[in-house]
Design a protein around this ligand. Structure first.
Ligand code: SF4
Length: 123
């Protein structure tokens, strides 16, 4: 059965090497980033993070990097395009900011909607 990224019940148990040639379905999931992630992505400075995150969110929403900001958790929802793709996903379906990617991307699928499983399918 083919995995549907939006339906974790269809995901497969993660195994090493599964990412090779994958269509990157994990990069179509909602992505929440912290202020620290945004600093590493070079979208904001440390000074901005220490001041008003609401102000930061306003700018990043205007610039098209962020969809929304949740003040309670301090997390920013990264914008998506072409339906559900992360804005940092390249045409070749590889991450264009791999070295600077947010923490949740580094930890997936250890953390995520269904820990230990992923929506793997070939490109
Ligand atoms: S930042 Fe990179 S790894 Fe993370 S969801 Fe976006 S494209 Fe995928």
């Amino acid at each position: 059965m083919k995995s549907d990224a939006q339906k974790p019940s269809t995901w497969k148990p993660y195994k090493k090497g599964m990412c090779d040639g994958c269509w990157s379905g994990c990069c179509t999931l909602p992505l929440e980033a912290s202020a620290y992630d945004l600093i590493r992505l070079e979208l904001i400075t440390e000074d901005e993070a220490a001041s008003s995150l609401k102000k930061v969110a306003k700018r990043l929403i205007k610039e098209g990097f962020v969809r929304s900001y949740h003040a309670n958790s301090g997390l920013f929802m990264i914008e998506q395009r072409h339906g559900r793709d992360c804005i940092f996903l390249g045409e070749d379906r590889l991450c264009t900011v791999y070295e600077k990617r947010p923490e949740v991307c580094r930890e997936f699928p250890k953390i995520g909607p269904r820990p230990g499983f992923c929506p793997a399918s070939k490109k």
